[in-house]
Design a protein around this ligand. Sequence first.
Ligand code: ZN
Length: 291
Amino acid sequence: MNTQKLLPLTISLLLGIVFAAGCAAPSAVPPFPDAPTAAATSTPFQTTRIDLDDELYIRQIRQNVFVVTHSFPWPANALIVEMANSELVIVGSTYTPEAMRQVLAWVEERFGPRNISAINTGFHVDNLGGNSALIEQNIPVYGPDLTAQLLEERGEQTRQVVLGMLPGAKNEGYYNAHAEIRFAPPTNLFPIAEGLQLSFGEEQVQVYYPGPSQASDKVVVYFPNAKVLFGGCMVLGGEQIGNTSDADLENWPEAAQKLKQFEVEVVVPGHGERLDAGLIEHTIALLTARP
Ligand SMILES: [Zn+2]
């Protein structure tokens, strides 16, 4: 990474005053909800943590399930699942192609050569910022048609929102990196309302659109065999709703209700340490308690 590293203390302070970029309001930014130490006790999984660098780590929560967290500077989650036929599925993204290259290098080291597929869950930078690194390795990137459309129409506008949240010399490294991210849309589009089913041998992966939520194009990804749901930014992992600038607050609780159809043991939110099935109800409760 050629970007400026901040001191750990500065990062702690940053986490205290800002919230995830893709889901973050430029004004009235709430505190980041999950203090890692407090959250660890609420995660009922034996996890092994692998640090790729100061801003990028991977938690192995099952034999075949890995949660990637990129803090740039706000923590955001992606997911890697090893399917029964040995193919790998990457859901979500790091903020930057550089971080995704680090993840792919780790994947190569750990698994050796594998077929990899990737799935984008929205047009915000925390959902697809690493795409160009996937595409340069010829990894197919599935995503909703609406995501490609919104990225083209509003990608640069949302970049300016993120840059506005990175003021001052202490953020210069992050600012410059976010200014330079080359946005790339998903390569394999599907009609968002229809969702998508991918097959890996006998095993299926379901991409589901529950309607507008944290943004109008957010989809979730369900792994029925593993009972893992990647909820992304429409599932709230902390105690704050965060950015609602692109949200449909009327429909979001209803969209979250629809996630109850999935039999889940693990739910991965867009942001936050918690990974338990209670996050769906937690999300509904936060949204309906909104003043
Ligand atoms: Zn987000």
